[in-house]
Write a protein that binds this ligand. Structure first.
Ligand SMILES: Cc1cc2nc3c(=O)[nH]c(=O)nc-3n(C[C@H](O)[C@H](O)[C@H](O)COP(=O)(O)O)c2cc1C
Length: 732
């Protein structure tokens, strides 16, 4: 709901808001420029009386003196019956030059207020401000949910470039945009009289002027008592009409002054509505308060970029979701299917289940797990299908589920089906965690938690039978996995290692095959080091995933593959000769990338885990401190990337290389090197270092234990570091 609330007005109002924001930014910077060019006397330095006298000496037929919010003083007058206007030096009352309001500023002001369309435009601008307010509030809540609460407001954001851009800019501009939107709504409502603006009506003076001979303005006591900084506008008495007096508008109110006695005849102070309205205008425009104008202007400039990045995120999310036919609304469905997926294969199973239940006469709603609603009006059961990622962690579309479950007020029979891979120790760990959380909240279980290994269609069909029995509907779940869309790549080079230690390992480089036709891809799909490539070996239904050691900007797709005993895909890749082809697709892995900034990075890996770590170092063009701890068997047979690492250390991309070889006399493992370097590592952590671990499960376990010990004296633990995104793992 929150996401929809954030994306729908975002999409509809993107153009409207972008126009308001760009024009608003122009006006904010325009006011800063005007302010920087204006001379502003100190309080107490100049009285309105002195200025009025100086101006009238030069222009006997002066009509009005106006002081703008930016501090500029403008005088209007008649000379030989022709109207004139000039800018006035507030210190001396001397002319600074003719006053020529900029046409551009006027046009942009009107564009900003009403899109040059009168009342209809005012309404559109008001709706734009309202949409922006909804976006700011829903965006702030989404941001908090993403970062992990208000306490984590400064935590670095993660995700794709557009997600990070949207988060970081949104966080920077939140206060400015919210202020602009809120005050913009207020001003629009005030324009149409829905809210009071307390506009003072200049009625004639309540007390009649004496009608005597006029004194020079410099001698009028009521004007002598007003400091220039208080002035808004001073209207001079008309021509020779002795019954006419001065009208003075100040920050406090409006009064009339007898031109002969210099006495204030009456004074109407601004009422509360006027004071509030003026404060709102100041908060909206930043006029007179240049740091606020700067904040508002910069915040407004981010709005078009936020809209663009938000649009990309929305489009990607939409494109990634499978199209489900006859997906009933959440509040009308009798069966809710919630899906936790990262690579979308679980969605394929959900579609099969949805179709079977719909065919059996149920009204079914399917959605990501993150969309768990606080209540469902008609639902009789909830079916959760979820994959597991990381080391027993939630997939992307389920990260908010447990938080939402905590707040949910609903309870109904539920069944959890886990999707995972038995080669991971936390087999379907997240599904088990979700089932336990539901039980703890008192949700009755329709079935025990079932687990599906490696997307097995048989496991799924068996669960379908059990579910059918439990709900009294016969379900035949025949799932045929959709083959991912792949790109053909050609092996361009291989470097082999590990022959002596009986661990054949190869660094394989792939390129696009030479163009074979107009329709063939000409550039590599986009990826970064640390992303995953799924490779479908000939005849295999399921892809094997490898961490990428290169980025697409390198022009090659590079992976490190160790030959597994009996491994279909690793065997196929090791047999592949230059020119041989693979079918591959990219799976972004944004959670395994060095965070932004200059903080040091501690890279830890063993064996082929060096792949993405070497990629990170290769792309460390800014020479941010990078410390590599890597473990292998023997330096002469399997020192992967040995020559490149020496090169990186020499040119400054790698700060320190620490290797541990297990098959040399007195050798050890990478965690031993960490323990020996505990003090230096603690120092790096204290300087904000991020730790990135890549490699096999046993190594990762040993590293985690070693690091927990290293952190202890700092009063830190791994869980804290992980929650801050400073301890990231890519384990296989
Ligand atoms: C990087 C990565 C980490 C994984 N971690 C686990 C895990 O800890 N436990 C598990 O059972 N399966 C794990 N898996 C396997 C996935 O859960 C499994 O392939 C699932 O079917 C993927 O579903 P999806 O395509 O809908 O995301 C992992 C897969 C990948 C690519």
């Amino acid at each position: 709901m929150l996401r929809r609330l954030h994306s729908l007005p975002g999409l509809f109002a993107a153009l409207l808001i972008a126009a308001l924001a760009v024009t608003g930014a122009f006006l904010a910077f325009d006011s800063i420029i005007e302010r920087s060019g204006a001379t502003v006397p100190a309080t107490g330095q100049v009285t309105v009386a002195a200025l009025a006298e100086a101006v009238q000496l030069r222009h006997p037929e002066v009509e009005r003196i106006v002081r703008t919010a930016s501090g500029s003083v403008i005088a209007t007058y008649f000379e030989a019956d022709l109207p004139g206007a000039e800018r006035v030096d507030p210190l001396t009352g001397q002319a600074l030059g003719p006053h020529q309001p900029s046409n551009l500023t006027r046009t942009i002001t009107n564009l900003h207020r009403s899109f040059l369309m009168g009342d209809a435009g005012h309404v559109a601008a008001g709706l734009g401000a309202a949409a922006m307010l909804v976006l700011c509030i829903s965006g702030a809540m989404l941001l908090m949910a993403r970062l992990g609460g208000w306490g984590a407001i400064l935590r670095p954001s993660r995700g794709t470039l557009s997600q990070r851009l949207h988060c970081e800019l949104g966080r920077f501009a939140l206060i400015g945009l919210t202020l602009s939107a809120l005050t913009g709504c207020w001003m629009c409502l005030a324009t149409f009289g829905v809210l009071p603006d307390g506009t003072a009506v200049d009625a004639a003076a309540l007390v009649q002027p004496s009608g005597g001979a006029r004194l020079p303005p410099g001698q009028l006591a009521a004007l002598q008592a007003v400091d220039l900084s208080e002035l808004r506008e001073l209207t001079f008495p008309y021509g020779s009409d002795l019954a006419d007096g001065y009208t003075l508008t100040t920050a406090q109110g409006l009064g009339h002054i007898d031109a002969a006695t210099g006495q204030m005849l009456d004074f109407t102070p601004n009422d509360l509505a006027r004071q509030v309205h003026e404060t709102i205008i100041m908060l909206h425009t930043g006029r007179g308060v240049w740091p606020l104008a700067l904040l508002l202007g910069l915040a407004a400039l981010t709005a078009p970029v936020l809209a663009g990045a938000g649009g990309v995120i929305w489009w990607r999310r939409r494109a990634a979701l499978p199209k489900i036919r006859q997906n009933v609304g959440a509040q009308s469905a009798d069966t809710i299917i919630l899906v936790g997926s990262e690579g979308n294969s679980t969605w394929g199973f959900a579609v099969t289940l949805h179709a079977a239940l719909t065919k059996a006469g149920h009204r079914v709603h399917a959605a990501p797990m993150n969309s768990l609603a606080p209540r469902y009006a008609k639902a009789e059961r909830l079916l959760i299908l979820t994959a597991t990622y990381g080391d027993g962690d939630a997939p992307a579309s389920a990260r908010l589920f447990q938080q939402r479950l905590e707040r949910s007020g609903t309870v109904m029979p539920v069944a959890v089906l886990g999707f995972g891979d038995r080669s991971f120790p936390q087999f379907c760990g997240f599904a088990e965690e979700v089932a336990a959380a539901l039980r703890a909240k008192g949700w009755p279980m329709l079935l025990d938690t079932w687990l599906v290994d490696r997307q097995s269609a048989q496991d799924f069909a068996a669960w379908g039978d059990a579910l059918g029995n439990a709900i009294g509907t016969s379900l035949a779940l025949a799932h045929v996995a959709a083959r991912p869309r792949t790109t053909a790549l050609e092996l361009s080079g291989r470097v082999e290692y590990g022959a002596e230690s009986q661990t054949p390992t190869a660094i394989l480089s792939f390129v696009l095959p030479a163009a074979g036709g107009f329709w063939q891809r000409r550039t590599l799909p986009r990826f970064e080091a640390g992303d995953l490539v799924g490779i479908l070996a000939p005849g295999a239904d399921l892809p094997r995933f490898y961490s990428l050691a290169s980025a697409s900007t390198d022009g090659v797709l590079e992976i490190c593959v160790r030959k597994q005993p009996g491994g279909v895909c690793s065997g196929f890749l090791h047999e592949l000769q230059p020119g041989g082809r693979i079918e591959a697709f990219i799976r972004p892995n944004p959670s395994f990338r060095p965070g932004r900034g200059k903080a040091p990075v501690i890279l830890i890996g063993a064996g082929t885990g060096i792949g993405p770590l070497a990629g990170f170092i290769r792309h460390n063009a800014r020479h941010r401190p990078m410390h590599l701890y890597w473990g292998g068997r023997h330096p002469s047979s399997d020192f992967l990337y040995g020559p490149q690492l020496s090169q990186y250390a020499a040119d400054g991309r790698l700060t320190r290389l620490n290797t541990a070889f297990s098959r040399v006399p007195g050798g050890g493992y990478v965690q031993d090197r960490l323990a020996a370097d505990a003090a230096a590592l603690r120092d790096l952590v204290q300087h904000g270092a991020q730790v990135m671990v890549c490699g096999g499960r046993d190594m990762a376990g040993g590293v985690a234990r070693a690091f927990a010990t290293i952190l202890q004296p700092l009063g830190l633990d791994l869980a804290t570091l992980k929650s801050e995104g400073r301890y990231r793992e890519d384990i296989y």
